[in-house]
Design a protein. Structure first.
Length: 345
């Protein structure tokens, strides 16, 4: 959960106390909480109307069936009545201790931010740190499909990857860059024209609208996979092409590795120029690892990645159980067992 504000520097003494107060001791008025119930339904309908977000939701639900990362962040209709000011307040008291928070600022002096943070917390009786059960993510893999309103087939194939901050994070990022992505509609600079997914999937099948590799890393698990969109009757062909391309990751040439590392470092440095991206990255690193590694630090780790590193990690990832999520017109998506075999072929 994140709270974010963007103001001019001179307003930091005003904004920091307001943020701390609203996070630790918000006013939870009954009618305001009740009004938010309708917004949950609106968010649920918006999710159903967004195929990309829907596939991500389904993928996590299948990958971590009935546990941790597989549980939807949106409340179900039958659970909404239990969301009262009292239950929300109880949740805050159980989890919102200062020891579990990070305060990140971009384009503000650390001394200034720290000064107003200390003064802000001194004005409140801090929520005491309570011991809580740490539920670890249990990757299950699986298959989940939903006939949605989209006339296209939206398909994601994924495997369990490495957790955030592990020694294998740089090789995983390099693997994602090697796969890259492509679009039938856009072929400009930076669109990944020479990546494997572009050359081996998009350019080989006119029915494929777009596809891209992705990684999602969490404190104790992660997902590595590909997401593609195609004309519904050609979903089988796209699925098999995606599987074949992913299965070939265990072999990477020296030139391909060097190009992927250069592209990845360029992307990391470009993202660091965006204040919002930088702030999110800093906060995530501090929460999950307790420390911050700059883009330059990560670039050094990327430079150290070898062909053996990416090949070994690819074999490790592909040895886990497959997760498949399909949304839209899914009638031509192959059976789960057939997709498992496609990765072994």
């Amino acid at each position: 959960m994140a709270y974010q504000v963007e103001v001019q520097r001179e307003y930091v003494p005003l904004v920091v106390p307001l943020m701390v107060g609203n996070v630790l001791f918000p006013r939870l008025l009954p009618w305001e909480v009740k009004a938010e119930h309708n917004k949950v339904e609106e968010a649920r309908q918006a999710l159903l109307g967004n195929p990309d977000d829907m596939v991500s939701e389904m993928l996590h639900k299948a990958a971590y069936c009935n546990n941790t990362l597989g549980l939807s962040p949106l409340a179900s209709e039958r659970s909404l009545p239990y969301f009262t000011p009292e239950t929300i307040r109880g949740y805050l008291l159980d989890h919102f201790a200062p020891e579990r928070m990070v305060l990140v600022g971009v384009n503000v002096a650390h001394s200034e931010l720290a000064k107003w943070a200390m003064r802000s917390f001194a004005d409140y009786n801090a929520i005491p740190l309570k011991k809580r059960e740490e539920s670890k993510a249990a990757y299950t893999g699986g298959d989940l499909r939903h006939e949605g309103s989209s006339p296209y087939c939206h398909l994601a194939l994924a495997f369990e990857s490495v957790p955030f901050g592990s020694a294998e994070t740089p090789p995983a990022a390099v693997l994602q860059t090697i796969l890259g992505g492509g679009s039938a509609m856009y072929s400009g600079i930076g669109s990944g024209l020479t990546s494997r997914l572009s050359t081996q999937v998009v350019k080989q099948n006119a029915a494929v609208e777009s596809c891209a590799a992705f990684t999602s890393s969490y404190s104790d698990s992660g997902l590595f996979g590909v997401y593609g969109v195609c004309q519904s009757d050609k979903a089988g062909d796209m699925a098999k092409s995606l599987a074949k391309t992913m299965a070939g990751l265990s072999t990477v040439s020296k030139d391909e590795l060097a190009k992927a590392k250069a592209m990845l470092k360029g992307k990391v440095f470009r993202q660091a120029e965006d204040d919002s991206e930088l702030m999110q990255d800093m906060g995530q690193q501090l929460l999950l690892t307790g420390k911050y590694a700059s883009p330059a630090d990560f670039a050094k780790l990327v430079d150290a990645v070898s062909e053996a590193d990416v090949s070994s990690l690819a074999k490790k990832i592909l040895s886990t159980k497959l997760t498949l999520a399909a949304y839209g017109d899914t009638h031509a998506v192959p059976h789960y067992s057939a997709m498992e075999q496609a990765f072994k072929a």
